[in-house]
Ligand binder design. Structure first.
Ligand code: CA
Length: 240
């Protein structure tokens, strides 16, 4: 089954162009031109991905993103105007998985869509859900002792206690758990968590590590994320 994508863009020509291109790629596409209609549509139906313009009538894209994220973890790529740095920052903080600056080359948009769909599979959407398998990895789970990361459901639990993470914290934890015993540099983490075009300080990685520790290590008295001085961060494989 093809992935379902909601395109939210009030510039009709651009919306139509993107819709046609995505359909040509085989995606199942719907378009909305206002923030309010988009939020309604995104809540009523399960999409694999939403392309969300920020400047929208009725309800702006960031507000749509905030309200949507309270209800479900549908991955969102923001479409931002050139140089709107604040929009990018608040968008990523609000939980967008990526952003693309207008005007963009369609090939770049398609590439980012493929990455977002791969990194953020949504369970229960049109993306074709495979039959449950026995081992954790096949179910889309990463585990570290009592900690279970359920990737399709975007849930993290420790001994059954739910840990609420933002999209970026989730991505950071997933990246570290995907690479246990491998020390990841701040640059590598930055690329995985913030996207390859992120321009800014690599110390945002330290900030996200601190958030993760405050939600996991400090709360559950574990030493999960280790700092390797001068290199980066690592989660060592669980040893019972
Ligand atoms: Ca617009």
């Amino acid at each position: 089954m093809s992935a379902k994508i909601l395109v939210v863009e009030d510039e009709e020509k651009l919306a139509r162009f993107v819709e046609l291109e995505l359909k040509h790629e085989g995606y199942d596409v719907k378009t909305e031109g206002s923030g309010r209609a988009a939020l309604f549509e995104a809540l009523a139906n399960n999409y694999d991905l939403i392309l969300l313009d920020i400047m929208l009538p009725e309800l702006n894209g960031l507000e749509v993103l905030r309200r949507l994220n309270k209800e479900k973890p549908t991955p969102v790529i923001l479409l931002t105007a050139r140089d709107a740095v604040m929009d990018k920052v608040s968008g990523l903080d609000a939980g967008a998985v990526d952003y693309i600056t207008k005007p963009f080359a369609i090939e770049e948009l398609l590439a980012r869509i493929r990455v977002a769909l791969k990194l953020h599979p949504v369970s229960g959407a049109g993306g074709g859900v495979s039959a449950p398998a026995d081992n954790a990895k096949a179910k889309g789970q990463l585990t570290w002792g009592p900690l279970v990361m359920d990737i399709p459901r975007h849930r993290v639990t420790m001994d059954g206690h739910e840990i609420t993470l933002t999209n970026r914290e989730f991505l950071m934890l997933k990246t570290l758990l995907d690479n246990t015993d491998i020390v990841l540099s701040r640059d590598t983490l930055l690329e995985k968590v913030c996207g390859y075009e992120y321009v800014g300080e690599t110390n945002v990685i330290d900030v996200y590590i601190r958030y993760l520790r405050s939600k996991i290590d400090n709360v559950f008295s574990v030493k999960m994320i280790r700092t390797v001085r001068g290199v980066g961060y690592v989660i060592n494989a669980w040893e019972s």
